[in-house]
Design a protein around this ligand. Structure first.
Ligand SMILES: C[S@@+](CC[C@H](N)C(=O)[O-])C[C@H]1O[C@@H](n2cnc3c(N)ncnc32)[C@H](O)[C@@H]1O
Length: 263
């Protein structure tokens, strides 16, 4: 009998390997981006390549305490730090966090990195952040209710959680037919889990040994879950998936929410 897969341990090694493989979400920003951010000219993405509206952030970012959650890769964390925020980057992959440290050292930025699973933010005290910035990453996390509870706990009253996530509907399709021929064949019920629908061996046969395992979740877990944790959702955005072209004609691939912990 094969032993059960620990998805978070598997995805730690997988994301470390993604860094080796040059995945675009592991590529640190260059000096020009940091220089412009220091001058106040900055933008960051939560979903696809779409800049987050400036009014989703605190009016004064300088001095704000920001948790860049599951946001390693030397991208958003260093930009927000160069714009004046006190940034902590939290991620499950040591290699992804090393990207943030690399940019911070190169640019003389102060930035803290913490390794862990986004379901457990016990490294942080209650009410210790003004903003939690969580780009598309919860597809790699098996359950979301603890994530929302922890985000709510670590935010100060009036603080905001900015979160990007996949449109769960993308997971109903047969991924092989979609990747190979752009064909949309409905195959899977939701919620979808790579481990349950395919198993690790099949995931690795299709996408290689460094493939992380994914979960579709549902809009109930995403939006209903944030509301159940106590958040008030104040803004919403969507954009097509930049690499799943067959689906982009028909539906958004990503959603983003701005949720506030009431004051
Ligand atoms: C697509 S990358 C997102 C980071 C990137 N800077 C971006 O803009 O999309 C997904 C990140 O989520 C992290 N991650 C996956 N599962 C996690 C978990 N359970 N807890 C914390 N981080 C996790 C991965 O290590 C990876 O760095």
């Amino acid at each position: 009998m094969t032993s059960p897969v620990d998805p978070v341990a598997h995805n730690r090694a997988a994301w470390d390997a993604q860094v080796e493989g040059g995945n675009e979400w592991t590529q640190p920003v260059g000096p020009g981006v940091i220089a412009r951010a220091r001058e106040g000219d900055w933008s960051v993405v939560l979903i696809g390549y779409q800049p987050v509206p400036r009014d989703w952030f605190p009016a004064e970012l300088r001095g704000a305490d920001v948790l860049a959650l599951a946001s390693g890769g030397g991208q958003q964390g260093p930009v927000l730090a160069a714009a004046g925020a006190n940034v902590t980057v939290f991620d499950n992959s040591p290699r992804q966090l090393a990207r943030d440290t690399e940019v911070a050292e190169r640019e003389g930025l102060v930035l803290r990195t913490v390794l862990g699973d986004m379901r457990d933010l016990s490294a942080f005290a209650d009410a210790s952040f003004d903003l939690v910035f969580n780009p598309v990453s919860n597809l790699f996390c098996p359950e979301l209710a603890p994530v929302w509870r922890e985000c709510y706990r670590v935010l100060r009253p009036g603080g905001a959680l900015l979160c990007g996530f996949m449109n769960p509907d993308l997971y109903i399709f047969d991924a092989e037919a979609m990747d190979a021929r752009g064909e949309l064949i409905v195959r899977h019920p939701l919620p979808y889990s790579d481990l349950e629908a395919l198993g690790l061996e099949e995931v690795q046969r299709r996408w290689g040994p460094a493939a992380p395992v994914e979960y579709s979740h549902t809009l109930g877990e995403q939006i209903g879950g944030q509301l159940a944790a106590g958040f008030v959702i104040t803004a919403f955005d969507e954009t097509p998936h930049h690499s799943l072209e067959a689906t982009a004609k028909y539906m958004p691939g990503y959603f983003a929410t701005r949720a506030v912990k009431p004051a």
